[in-house]
Design a protein around this ligand. Structure first.
Ligand SMILES: Cc1ncc(COP(=O)(O)O)c(C=O)c1O
Length: 473
């Protein structure tokens, strides 16, 4: 080790690299036998790691051991086949290796000048996603950190395209089932809260066309400037899909921008079931998707597609003098001018490498499997006494609550949250809760293709046992 250079010898680098790869291979190949993970307290972690700033060099093998046993073991494995909470990220080994390459070569994907190869691959993968989502030629986009940044980027373009420099009086419309990142993005973009219209969804948790039309008309007659509607291609809560075709027709007629948040649901368009459910998604002006969810990539990997890619430059391009050497011709795409980040990682490589390695058909099958798993879970729950299916399996999400006849509503509400604590303590599998129509419910998101039928059955069996114990206690 040459410490003053922050350098390891080639043998030390190989040893460290091999240890890291061994850890990852053990993780990917042995995960079914492992618990879903755990949450440690700050006090526990403090006693394991301390917090002293190290002045002297340490032993990498020992430090790596602590990372494995202390840090990784005290996390929830969002790639675990029995992690059904929130929206999982069932990444794949190839994606992880791509990130290792990108980090190792420290690829700069902000300008064509510094990263012509990476820009070419990003353009290629964006075009693949364009084709998958049914967007026309002329559409384009870029990779960003995740769905939240994709929503922010798409809505910044919407504001520029529909309101121009003066956003005064602008109003944005969304359903109350939209992901929180949408309202946050509108706030960041300067919309005051009273001009972010969260419209109550209908009984199927879809945006109500009638209420939307009424609100837009009211706002116009009040002298406000409606400019965009945000719809869902799969809500986080229930997997519901808003009436996309009707929304596109309405927005076109009203001159409104249609942004579709397909952060988790959009890739389902690759499957027969998903294609039917997501009809109209291709009509959006902008579409968010999140390859680190249902395209099986390591976080971070989000993506925004624009029907008219030239609007990205109009919104974000600034050309300072110290970057004048990077101002190439039109074929030299500078992704640093397409969004908020100049220095940006090469996120497209992992999806490119994964698609090249496994082929699109494997992705299609893996997504179809996720849709099927939620259906299996719904059947298993329905077959056990006490469970009420609140929303049926759709786009790999099913919601339910333990609701035995002998418990009152308040007790049933409390029980759902206690189920999450019980599952976390048990460690076999994890579901989390949400609230629908004012009532807490449990929710499975089953997008991990590596989950087995038996794992679903065993999860439901354990949950039923836990719920009965909690209800009795
Ligand atoms: C529909 C939807 N939109 C946006 C997001 C935010 O994505 P990210 O967490 O990648 O920023 C999520 C995350 O679950 C989501 O489900």
């Amino acid at each position: 080790m040459v410490t003053g250079h922050l350098e390891l010898t080639p043998d030390e680098m190989r040893a460290l690299g091999q240890s890291v790869v061994e850890l990852l291979v053990d993780h990917f190949s042995g995960i079914h036998a492992e618990p879903v993970g755990r949450k440690a307290s700050r006090a526990e972690l403090e006693s394991l790691f301390g917090s002293d700033l190290p002045e002297e060099p340490g032993d990498t093998a020992q430090i790596l051991g602590a990372v494995r046993d202390g840090l990784i073991a005290n996390s929830l494995h969002i790639d675990h086949p029995r992690f059904f909470a929130f929206v999982p990220s069932p990444n794949n080994f190839v994606s992880a290796m791509a990130d290792a390459l990108v980090a190792g070569f420290n690829v700069f994907a902000g300008t064509y000048f510094a990263g012509s190869g990476p820009a070419h691959i990003e353009l290629t993968v964006i075009d693949w996603l364009r084709q998958i989502c049914g967007f026309p030629d002329g559409a384009g986009g870029l990779f960003v950190s995740g769905g939240s940044m994709a929503n922010l980027t798409g809505l910044a373009v919407a504001r520029e395209a529909r309101l121009g420099a003066n956003a005064h009086g602008g109003v944005g419309y969304l359903s109350d089932q939209c992901h929180s990142s949408v309202a946050r993005a509108l706030r960041v973009l300067g919309l005051p809260r009273e001009r972010i219209r969260a419209i109550a969804a209908d009984s199927d948790f879809r945006l109500s066309m009638r209420d939307l039309q009424t609100k837009v008309a009211e706002d116009r007659s009040a002298g406000l400037r409606p400019f965009c509607v945000i719809a869902n291609a799969g809500t986080t809560n229930t997997g519901a899909v808003d009436p996309l075709t009707e929304l596109a027709t309405f927005c076109a007629g009203e001159g409104l921008w249609l942004h579709i948040d397909g952060a988790y649901g959009a890739p389902a368009v690759l499957t027969d079931k998903g294609r039917g459910l997501l009809a109209g998604m291709e009509l959006a002006d902008s579409l968010s998707l999140d390859p680190h969810k249902w395209l099986f990539q390591s976080i971070e990997a989000g993506c925004i597609l624009l029907r008219d890619r030239s609007l990205l430059l109009r919104t974000f391009q600034v050309m300072p003098e110290y970057l004048r050497d990077t101002h190439g011709g039109s074929e030299e795409v500078n992704f640093g001018n397409y969004g908020v980040q100049l220095t940006r990682s090469f996120r497209a490589l992992k999806l490119w490498l994964s698609l090249k390695t496994f082929g699109l058909a494997a992705f299609r099958d893996a997504i179809a499997r996720g849709i099927e798993l939620a259906e299996i879970a719904e059947r298993e729950l329905a077959a056990k006494g006490g469970w009420e299916i609140v929303t049926p399996a759709q786009l790999a999400v099913v919601t339910f609550r333990f609701n035995p006849p002998d418990l009152d509503t308040a007790a049933v509400d409390v029980l759902q949250g206690r189920m999450v604590e019980a599952m976390l303590a048990d460690g076999y599998a994890l579901a989390t809760s949400t609230v629908l129509d004012g009532r807490p419910v449990l929710r499975f998101c089953t997008i991990n293709p590596r989950t087995t039928d038996d794992e679903i059955r065993e999860t439901v069996r354990r949950m039923t046992q836990m719920a009965r114990t909690l209800a009795a206690g």
